[in-house]
Design a binder for this molecule. Structure first.
Ligand SMILES: Nc1ncnc2c1ncn2[C@@H]1O[C@H](COP(=O)(O)OP(=O)(O)OP(=O)(O)O)[C@@H](O)[C@H]1O
Ligand SMILES: [Mg+2]
Length: 245
């Protein structure tokens, strides 16, 4: 049984259909990468899974429970964390306070401080800067903070929305190895990514969306070496991406 099963999900904003009949699944141990150009519906898909974007149809089953109509906080407590597009850290707050926000579902102080010390072990740079204003961190450090905040909810599944966006190459490498280590620690990953190299290196399977629909999907199996495009995935025919941002 998959950890996450998305069936025929539709997301609409008024007259705009952002996601049309999306089905896909994530198993334990997976790193599933969703690829696609701007406006393809990738963010809407992730947000719909956790109840932040309206589902006009379809079903989401997580860890054996039908969570389709659950509120976001309940889904979070069940074990799905979303690392949002643009990181969305709280700039005026300290690193530590940003992390504690991620543990809002925990009541006991001991739980929280244990979680916090786990995060600081995993990200020494956050430990060093724990009292610093989050807005003063570099882009890469802010991404670590966004990962850390998501990990504070002890998720079984982490969804990440373009974690490498806007980062310098050296920070992108750190993000990649962090995603790998998160997956290696037993957390399944569903990641939106437009960085082709990153997607190819990490993914156990890939889904390509365009205009709200899945146009290709493939288990990575053997990922061949397409040059310069996302078409390194076997059997994937991915349209050229428009220049972005
Ligand atoms: N809150 C909203 N209200 C109305 N339309 C929206 C909203 N959010 C997204 N859309 C529209 O839905 C479609 C899909 O947007 P979405 O942000 O999900 O795409 P995306 O694949 O994440 O794009 P990007 O690569 O730019 O992040 C787009 O046409 C977008 O304009
Ligand atoms: Mg997006």
């Amino acid at each position: 049984m998959p950890l996450l099963e998305i069936s025929n999900v539709v997301v609409r904003y008024g007259a705009v259909t952002a996601v049309q009949d999306f089905s896909g699944s994530v198993h334990d141990g997976d790193i599933v990468v969703v690829l696609g150009p701007n406006g393809a519906g990738k963010t809407s898909l992730l947000r719909s899974v956790v109840g932040l974007a309206p589902k006009a149809g379809g079903r989401v089953v997580f860890d054996g429970a039908d969570v389709t109509n659950w509120r976001t906080h309940r889904i979070s407590r069940a074990g799905i964390a979303l690392v949002p597009e643009g990181r969305r850290i709280f700039s005026p707050l300290s690193v530590e306070d940003n992390l504690l926000i991620g543990a809002y579902a925990r009541t006991s102080k001991r739980d929280k401080s244990q979680l916090l010390s786990d995060i600081f072990d995993r990200f020494p740079v956050l430990a060093e800067r724990r009292h610093r204003q989050a807005g003063l961190l570099s882009g890469g450090e802010q991404q670590m903070l966004a990962f850390g905040r998501a990990l504070m909810s002890s998720p079984k599944l982490m969804m990440m929305d373009e974690p490498s966006m806007g980062l310098a190459p050296v920070a992108v490498d750190i993000v990649m190895s962090t995603v790998q280590s998160i997956a290696a620690s037993g957390i399944a990953v569903l990641m939106v990514e437009q960085n082709a190299a990153m997607a190819q290196e990490l993914a156990t399977s890939a889904i390509v969306m365009e205009r709200g629909e899945i146009i290709e999907s493939a288990a990575s199996g053997k990922i061949s070496t397409g040059v310069g495009t996302l078409s390194g995935f076997v059997d994937l025919d991915i349209p050229d991406e428009p220049a972005r941002r």
